[in-house]
Design a protein around this ligand. Structure first.
Ligand SMILES: Cc1ncc(COP(=O)(O)O)c(C=O)c1O
Length: 233
């Protein structure tokens, strides 16, 4: 919705195409459609990565109406796609904004960040990376973080002033989300500190690789890649 408001503010009312790789989680096309976008699916290659040629072809084909790409980084397969910066650049070159699905932020915190790969929006699943409970219909909170050009469109609230100058309508009843849930994430961040958060990410990556190693031979690992994490500058 924020991306749509950004395009509309520039007179680009027609920009409604959202590219989504076939490897994406089902919530991606579902949210794009709820935000009024038309989803165009792009291919994955045999390694499970985004097929950059197919993405380029579709970005150029839809360049007049391109609104966004939704991309998960690291990918759902647990791979830091080496072409990620090429991917975000080619979306920008064709007039779109990049939405990064932050479900796998536990493999980024303290090592890199969404801005580093050229993302314009990301959400943080607080129940995944920032320690709030998940499931059971509990209070989920998924704040979005945006690049400068999208700040004016951050969601408002009818009762308490939040969001940007040209805010989209409120998307949750409480202006800043659930106070009880957000405090848990705040405590988690404060207690771990910079060093602890980085260590937590390193351990998450180590654990994923450990499990992969232990399962080798008994289960097939569909996709893997030895890619160095692009560290923060
Ligand atoms: C890449 C990705 N996106 C989105 C989701 C959905 O997250 P949520 O549990 O917040 O609905 C998941 C869940 O596992 C995921 O892996």
């Amino acid at each position: 919705m924020v991306i749509r408001a950004y395009h509309e503010s520039r007179g680009d009312h027609h920009r409604n195409v959202c590219l989504i790789p076939s490897s994406a989680h089902g919530t991606n096309p579902a949210s794009a459609v709820m935000a009024g976008m038309k989803v165009v699916v792009t291919k994955a290659n045999d390694d499970g990565n985004i097929d950059v040629d197919d993405l380029r072809e579709k970005a150029e084909l839809h360049k007049d109406n391109l609104a966004a790409l939704m991309v998960t980084y690291p990918s759902t397969h647990g791979v830091y796609e080496s072409a990620i910066k090429t991917i975000t650049q080619l979306i920008h070159d064709n007039g779109g904004q990049v939405y990064m699905d932050g479900a796998n932020m536990n493999a980024q915190v303290g090592l890199t960040n969404p801005g580093n790969i050229g993302a314009d929006v990301c959400h943080l699943n607080l129940h995944k990376t920032f320690a709030i409970p998940h499931g059971g219909g509990g209070p989920g909170v998924g704040p979005i973080c945006v690049a400068k050009q999208l700040v004016p469109f951050l969601p408002g609230n009818p009762l308490i002033k939040t969001g940007g100058e040209q805010a989209i309508t409120a998307i949750s009843a409480a202006p800043f989300g659930s106070a009880l849930a957000c405090l848990i994430s705040y405590g988690y961040i404060r207690m771990l500190g910079v060093k602890g958060l980085k260590k937590s990410t390193e351990v998450a990556i180590l654990n994923a690789n450990y499990i992969k190693q232990r399962l080798q031979g008994s289960f097939e690992t569909l996709y893997s890649e030895n890619v160095v994490v692009p560290l923060m500058k």
